[in-house]
Design a protein around this ligand. Structure first.
Ligand code: HEM
Length: 386
C-alpha cells in the first residue's frame, strides 16, 4: 500500500485563515495536549500542526529515538532556532556530518571532571538566601546569572551587561526573535576582551578559556550562555517551589530525584524542532521533506501510557528506571544538551545550600515561551525551625 499524505494524521481544530498559528502563539500547551490526545485515541503517536508550513509533532519513545538519533534526516538547519538570533548559530545550528566533531571539541570543557575543578568558585558566587519571604523565581534568576558568570568568566563579566544581554530571552514572543545588533556587539566586545586575557596570558580554567581557542569560540560562548540561563533558572525555581511545598524531600540524598521529577513535569525545553532533510514514511504516512518535525519533552514526560499518575510530583518514582526515550529534558543522542552537567551542578549545589523552605503563595502554572517556566511569582520563606 502506498503511504498516505499528511491529511491522514489527526490534528487539533484549526481556525479559519491561520490554521493553528493563533493557538500556537496563545496557548501552545493546550494545543499540543489536544493533538496528543487525538493521536493516542487514533492509536498513533503523531499529530499534525499547520504553522505556516507543514509540521508534525510526535511524543512516543520510538519517535523520540528516531528524531534524536538520525541527524542526517532530522536537521537543525531551518528549525525554530533559526528564528531566534540568540540561538541561531554555533553548535545549536550545526548539522551532521560536522556536528559530531564540534561537540567532541566542546564536550570535555562541560564534562564532570572539568566542572569539578570550577565547583568551589561556583559555590562561592551563590548569593545569600534572603531571611524573610522572597520570590523564588526572581532569586533563581539572579542566582543563575551569578553562577554562570562564575563558571564562564570567573565572575569577571560586568553583571549589568550580562543581565541586559539575557533579559530579552524571557520576554514573550516575538521579542526574543528581534535582532539586537547593538546589544550583541557590546556583549561580543566584552567576551573578546576577556578571551584575549585568557589567550594571551595562557591562564584560566573557566569555560571561556575552554571555548575561546575553539573555532567560532566567541559565537559558541554567546549561544551556549543563551541556552543556559533561562533553562537553568526555570528548573531551579520550580525545584525550590516543589521543595517548599513538600519539604520532606529537602535532603541532599533526595535532591537528584527532586530535580529529575521537576524536569519531567516542567522541562524548560518543552519542544524541540528539526526540519526533514528527506521524505520519511512513519506508520504508513509520508512526511514530506522540508516539513517541521517536533518532539516534546513536555508531552513525553506526562504521557499517561508511560508514567503512572503523570501529573503528580513524586520524586519517589525515580527509585525505578524511567521508560527509555520518554524522559528527555536534556534531549538525547548526539545533540544531548551540552550544559546538562553544568545545569545539574548549579542546581544541586544551590539546593544543598538552602535552608528548609515553606511555600507562601505563588502561581506555578507552566508558561511556555522560548523556554517553559512558572508564571510566578513563587513566594517562599525559610521554614521556622522547631
Ligand atoms: C536545566 C537546564 C537545561 C535544560 C532543561 C536544557 C535543555 C536542553 C535541550 C532539551 C536540548 C536539546 C534541544 C534539541 O534537541 O533540539 C539542549 C541542547 C543544548 N543545550 Fe541545554 N539545557 C539546559 C541547560 C543548559 C546549559 C547550562 C547550557 C550551557 C552550556 C546549555 C547549552 C545547550 C547547547 C549548546 C545545546 C545544543 C547542543 C547541540 O545541539 O549539540 N544548556 N538543552
Amino acid at each position: 500500500m502506498s503511504p498516505r499524505g499528511l491529511g491522514a494524521l489527526p490534528e487539533p481544530p484549526t481556525r479559519p485563515g491561520n490554521g493553528h498559528l493563533q493557538d500556537w502563539a496563545l496557548s501552545p500547551l493546550t494545543l499540543i495536549e489536544d493533538g496528543a490526545a487525538r493521536a493516542r485515541a487514533a492509536g498513533g503517536d503523531l499529530f499534525r500542526l499547520r504553522l505556516g508550513l507543514p509540521a508534525v509533532v510526535g511524543f512516543s519513545p520510538t519517535w523520540n529515538r528516531a528524531l534524536l538519533s538520525d541527524l542526517a534526516t532530522f536537521r537543525s538547519a531551518g528549525s525554530f532556532s533559526v528564528l531566534v538570533p540568540y540561538l541561531s548559530g554555533g553548535v545549536i545550528l550545526s548539522d551532521a556530518p560536522g556536528h559530531a566533531g564540534r561537540r567532541r571539541l566542546m564536550n570535555p570543557g562541560f564534562g564532570r571532571a572539568h566542572l569539578a575543578a570550577l565547583q568551589d568558585r561556583i559555590r562561592a558566587a551563590l548569593p545569600p538566601v534572603p531571611v524573610g519571604e522572597f520570590d523564588a523565581l526572581a532569586w533563581a534568576d539572579h542566582a543563575v546569572l551569578r553562577l554562570l558568570n562564575a563558571a564562564y568568566f570567573s565572575g569577571e563579566f560586568p553583571e549589568d551587561l550580562l543581565h541586559a544581554f539575557l533579559a530579552p530571552l524571557r520576554r514573550p514572543f516575538p521579542a526574543p526573535a528581534w535582532p539586537r545588533p547593538a546589544l550583541f556587539l557590546r556583549f561580543d566586545r566584552e567576551v573578546r576582551r576577556l578571551a584575549h586575557a585568557r589567550l594571551s596570558g595562557g591562564g584560566g580554567d573557566d569555560l571561556l578559556s575552554v571555548l575561546a581557542p575553539l573555532p567560532g569560540g566567541l559565537e559558541e560562548t554567546r549561544v551556549s550562555l543563551a541556552a543556559a540561563h533561562d533553562t537553568t533558572t526555570h528548573a531551579l525555581a520550580y525545584a525550590l517551589w516543589h521543595l517548599a511545598e513538600q519539604p520532606q524531600w529537602h535532603a541532599p540524598e533526595h535532591h537528584p530525584a527532586v530535580l529529575k521529577e521537576t524536569l519531567r513535569l516542567h522541562p524548560p525545553g518543552w519542544m524541540g524542532s528539526r526540519r526533514l532533510g528527506r521524505d520519511v514514511v512513519w506508520n504508513g504516512v509520508r512526511l514530506p521533506r522540508g516539513a517541521l518535525a517536533l518532539y516534546s519533552p513536555y508531552l513525553s514526560g506526562r504521557d499517561p501510557t508511560l508514567w503512572p499518575a503523570p501529573e503528580t510530583f513524586n520524586p519517589g518514582r525515580w527509585a525505578q528506571k524511567p521508560p527509555a526515550w520518554a524522559y528527555l529534558p536534556f534531549g538525547g543522542g548526539e545533540r544531548l544538551c551540552l550544559g546538562m552537567h553544568l545545569a545539574q551542578t548549579l542546581i544541586l549545589d544551590t539546593l544543598a545550600a538552602l535552608p528548609p523552605l515553606r511555600a507562601v503563595r505563588g502561581d506555578p502554572t507552566p508558561q511556555p515561551g522560548l523556554t517553559l517556566g512558572p508564571r510566578g511569582p513563587l513566594v517562599v520563606a525559610p521554614a521556622p525551625s522547631n
